[in-house]
Design a protein around this ligand. Structure first.
Ligand code: NIG
Ligand code: FE
Length: 412
């Protein structure tokens, strides 16, 4: 089954090869073709080019007219917590009234609040709500998503979350990666015995997850009042023994040496990075670890934005993601992340777009499948309407310029 899109106003992010993430100056270029065609066959991109070079026999394919559209690859959201039981607008109001995220968490709010709600929710309902959120994200241009557990914090509830993610993988056509985040917070019951909870993660949760192949990655929230650097390393090492590579939450509020430690054990990505010191930059520069910034979390919590331009100038590979979750980022809109990256973090339009697409695909090791218009990759396409340039997407902050989204060569 083939589909030909003709007369595309501009085809964005066309790349012959994407085996390495973009760094430094290369982040400033988004290769594109004006007045282009694109052919999909059986859900894959099979050819593209300028209209003047379109082969004569292509006229026989089913044709869509692309003259109204800028077309680019689907967004890759490499960091979300989109399976959750309830929103937390009460905490939002508490923050408006002057409490900090950390103060709310110390009073039993935050992650533990979400875990209490999730414990009481049945798996089908959890799935249904997550599916609705996923469909919303998809309409906003996201076609590939990483989803974390971490609101379970018990063997049964972590497995429940991961089964929901597995079902989302099976019952939707989005590309999904699952991350086990049992080390998201120490449950109240283990407050004075944290070692017992860490042992539970390592000796009970991980083997059960491995048995049913429920996770692709392992994550730890390495932060004051959550997990120490040594605990993170212990958990990453245990994950590795089951074939799970690490993607970790580090440097959200405090610098505690987590970046250097995570890079040393070959983490695929380190995420957040709102606060950085020279040692962190040095560890990341020259490593293969992707630095993932989450500007809508900074926006929502009113905390510093990750200093991404300093990272780019040091040749660190930067990606952008939403961090969609009920506590720190109740939004999964990559278009808004695009705007914030430009407006608040000083990224150029090209740097931000590369961070949302191709570098994000590297942050979940799907660079051979998604993140660019490349022959052989999935035909996951975003159709932007009534705009003339890439810059118009972040310019319309808070709006969506997206008219339709294709996954595997098919519209919804
Ligand atoms: O990435 N920082 C840790 N985890 C989430 C927030 C979780 C929550 O507040 O529910 C984050 O911001
Ligand atoms: Fe997160």
């Amino acid at each position: 089954m083939s589909l030909l899109i003709t007369n595309i106003k501009e085809l964005l992010q066309v790349r012959a090869t994407t085996s390495l993430p973009l760094r430094g100056e290369a982040m400033n270029e988004v290769p594109s073709i004006k007045n282009a065609f694109l052919l999909t066959t059986n859900g894959r991109i099979t050819a593209y080019g300028a209209m003047e070079n379109i082969p004569e026999n292509y006229r026989d394919y089913e044709i869509i007219d692309g003259s109204d559209y800028l077309i680019g690859p689907g967004y890759v959201d490499s960091h979300t917590h989109l399976v959750f039981a309830a929103t937390r607008e009460k905490e939002f109001q508490d923050r408006i009234n002057g409490l900090t995220y950390e103060e709310i968490a110390t009073r039993g709010g935050g992650i533990l609040n979400s875990a209490a709600k999730l414990a009481g929710m049945n798996e089908d309902e959890l799935f249904k709500d997550a599916l609705t959120r996923l469909e919303l994200l998809n309409s906003l241009g996201t076609t590939t998503v990483e989803i974390k557990s971490g609101y379970g914090l018990s063997l049964q509830a972590e497995l429940k979350m991961l089964r929901v993610i597995k079902r989302l993988k099976q019952e939707t056509n989005l590309h999904i990666k699952a991350t086990f985040l049992g080390a998201h917070a120490i449950p109240m019951a283990y407050k004075n015995d944290r070692k017992v909870y860490i042992d539970l993660i390592i000796n009970e949760m991980l083997p059960a997850i491995n048995k049913d192949q429920l996770a692709d990655y392992i994550d730890v929230f390495c932060e004051k009042n959550y997990f120490t650097v040594d605990e993170m390393l212990q958990i990453i090492t245990a994950g590795k023994s089951y074939g799970l590579k690490a993607k970790v939450h580090v440097n959200q509020f405090n610098v505690i040496g987590a970046v250097t430690a995570a890079v040393k054990v070959d983490s695929v990505s380190v995420d957040h990075l709102e606060v950085m010191n020279p040692e962190d930059y040095n560890a990341l520069a020259g490593s293969n670890t992707i630095a993932t910034a989450l500007p809508s979390c900074s926006f929502f919590l009113g905390i510093p934005y990750a200093p991404v331009t300093d990272m780019i100038s040091r040749n660190i590979a930067v990606a952008l993601a939403t961090d969609f979750n009920p506590g720190s980022t109740p939004s999964g809109n990559m278009n808004y992340v695009f705007s914030l990256a430009c407006i608040k973090m000083g990224m150029t339009v090209e740097q931000a777009y590369n961070a949302l697409t191709i570098n994000a695909s590297h942050a979940i090791e799907l660079q051979d499948e998604v993140g660019s218009i490349t022959v052989g990759k999935r035909a996951d396409l975003v159709f932007y309407k009534d705009i003339d340039s890439l810059a118009t997407i972040p310019y319309h902050f808070g709006h969506s310029t997206i008219h339709k989204v294709m996954i595997n060569g098919k519209f919804k």
